[in-house]
Design a protein around this ligand. Structure first.
Ligand code: NAD
Ligand code: UDP
Length: 333
C-alpha cells in the first residue's frame, strides 16, 4: 500500500513526503516539475533514509495517472498539485481553472475506477473570503473569493462535497492552510519560488541574503496593533504533520470535512521582520509601501476542529519558523 502525493516535490508536498515516510507509510510522488526540481526526490530520500517512487507526469493526464495506479497499490491521494500564484491567476484565470480543476477531477475519476476512497486536498484560508471576521471557524460561509486562485479552492471543496454525497465510500478532507513558512531543519528542502517572491517570508530571506535590496511592507494603516497586516504563520513541518493526522482520520471515516490548519495566533508583518532579525542576527531593510490590492487586515484560524478531529496541534514557534527559513536560504547561497 502506498499514498500518492501529487505535487510532492513542491514546498508543502516535499515536507509531507518526509513526514509520511518517517511515520512508516510508503509514498509515490507525481509531479510535472512545473514549479519544483527533480532533485527534491533525492533530498527526501537523503533526509529519511527511505526510498520512494517518483513519476514526472501531469496529473490531469488520465492515461498517465491510470498507468501510475496500475503500477502501484495506491490507497489514498494527497493532492497538492496545482498553481498557486494569486496575481497570475487574475491575469491568466483559465490556466488556473484548467489546471487546478482538471487535476482534481482526473484524480477523483481514476480513484473511483480503482475503488480508492481517501482524498486529502490542499485548500486555503482564502475560501473564507472578505466578509468573515477572524478567527475563522469551518462553519463560516465560504466563497466571495477575491481572485480566481481562491475560487478554484472553493470550487474544488464543493466538488469534493458533492462527490462524497454521491459515493458513500469516499472520504475527502479539505485542509484549509493558513500561512506556511519555514523549512525542514536539515536545510535540504524549503520554499523555492521562481523569480521575485510574492510571499513575505521568501522575500525576507532573499532581502537578508542581499538578493533583494529591501522589503516593501504593504500598508501600515490597517486596524491591527502596529498597523501592518496580521496572518497566522504556521511552520511547514507542523503543517506536514497535519497531513499525516488527516490521512489517518480519513482512513477511518467517510464523507467530507473541511479543517483549518493554523496556529490560531496572528503575527504582523513587523513582528515577523523583528523576530527574523533577532533570531538570526541579520538585518532586513524595509520601507513602508502602499497596501497590496486584495489584502485583508487580519487573517487567523480557530484551530480547535483540527485538535478535536485529528488530535493535531502545532508545536513549533515563530522563532523556529524564522531560523529554519534562514537556514534553508543560507544553504542555497
Ligand atoms: P508548490 O508550487 O511548491 O507545489 C505544487 C507542486 O505541484 C509543484 O511541484 C508543481 O510542479 C506541481 N504541479 C502543478 N501542476 C501540476 C500538474 N498538472 N501535474 C503535476 N504536478 C503539478 O506549492 P505549495 O506551496 O507546495 O502548495 C501546495 C498546494 O497547497 C497547492 O495546491 C497550493 O495551492 C496549496 N496552498 C499553498 C499555500 C502556500 O502558502 N504555500 C497556502 C494555501 C494553499
Ligand atoms: N507582505 C508584505 N510585503 C511583501 C509580501 C507580503 O508586506 O513583500 C505582507 C502582506 O501584505 C500580508 C503578509 O505579508 O499582510 C503575508 O503575505 P503573503 O503574500 O505571504 O501571504 P497571504 O496572506 O497574502 O496569502
Amino acid at each position: 500500500m502506498a499514498v500518492l502525493l501529487t505535487g510532492g516535490t513542491g514546498y508543502i508536498g516535499s515536507h509531507t513526503a518526509v513526514c509520511m515516510l518517517e511515520a512508516g507509510y510508503d509514498v509515490v510522488i507525481a509531479d510535472d516539475l512545473s514549479n519544483s526540481a527533480a532533485d527534491v526526490a533525492d533530498r527526501i530520500r537523503q533526509i529519511t533514509g527511505r526510498d520512494l517512487r517518483f513519476y514526472q507526469i501531469d496529473v490531469s493526464d488520465r492515461a498517465a495517472v491510470r498507468a501510475l495506479f496500475d503500477e502501484n497499490d495506491i490507497d489514498a491521494v494527497i493532492h497538492f498539485a496545482g498553481f498557486k500564484a494569486v496575481g497570475e491567476s487574475v491575469r491568466e484565470p483559465l490556466k488556473y481553472y484548467r489546471n487546478n480543476l482538471d487535476t482534481t477531477l482526473t484524480l477523483l475519476e481514476v480513484m473511483a475506477e480503482r475503488n480508492v476512497g481517501v482524498f486529502i486536498f490542499s485548500s486555503s484560508a482564502t475560501v473564507y473570503g472578505d466578509r468573515n471576521p477572524a478567527p475563522y471557524t469551518e462553519d463560516m460561509e465560504t466563497g466571495r473569493c477575491s481572485n480566481p486562485y481562491g475560487w478554484t479552492k472553493e470550487m474544488i471543496e464543493r466538488i469534493l462535497e458533492s462527490a462524497c454525497v454521491a459515493d458513500g465510500n469516499l472520504s475527502a478532507v479539505a485542509l484549509r492552510y493558513f500561512n506556511p513558512i519555514g523549512a525542514h531543519e536539515s536545510g535540504l528542502i524549503g520554499d523555492d519560488p521562481n523569480g521575485i517572491p510574492n510571499n513575505l517570508m521568501p522575500f525576507i530571506t532573499q532581502t537578508a541574503a542581499g538578493i533583494r535590496e529591501r522589503l516593501s511592507v504593504f500598508g501600515d494603516d490597517y486596524p491591527t496593533p502596529d498597523g501592518t497586516g496580521v496572518r497566522d504563520y504556521i511552520h511547514v513541518v507542523d503543517l506536514a504533520k497535519g497531513h499525516v493526522a488527516a490521512y489517518r482520520y480519513a482512513c477511518d471515516h467517510k464523507g467530507f470535512e473541511a479543517i483549518n490548519l493554523g496556529t490560531g495566533v496572528g503575527y504582523s508583518v513587523l513582528d515577523i521582520v523583528k523576530t527574523f532579525e533577532r533570531v538570526n542576527g541579520v538585518r532586513v531593510p524595509y520601507v513602508i509601501a502602499a497596501r497590496r490590492p486584495g489584502d485583508l487586515a487580519s487573517v487567523y484560524s480557530d484551530p480547535s476542529k483540527a485538535k478535536a478531529l485529528l488530535g493535531w496541534e502545532t508545536e513549533k514557534s515563530l522563532e523556529d519558523m524564522c531560523r529554519d527559513a534562514w537556514n534553508y536560504q543560507k544553504n542555497r547561497l
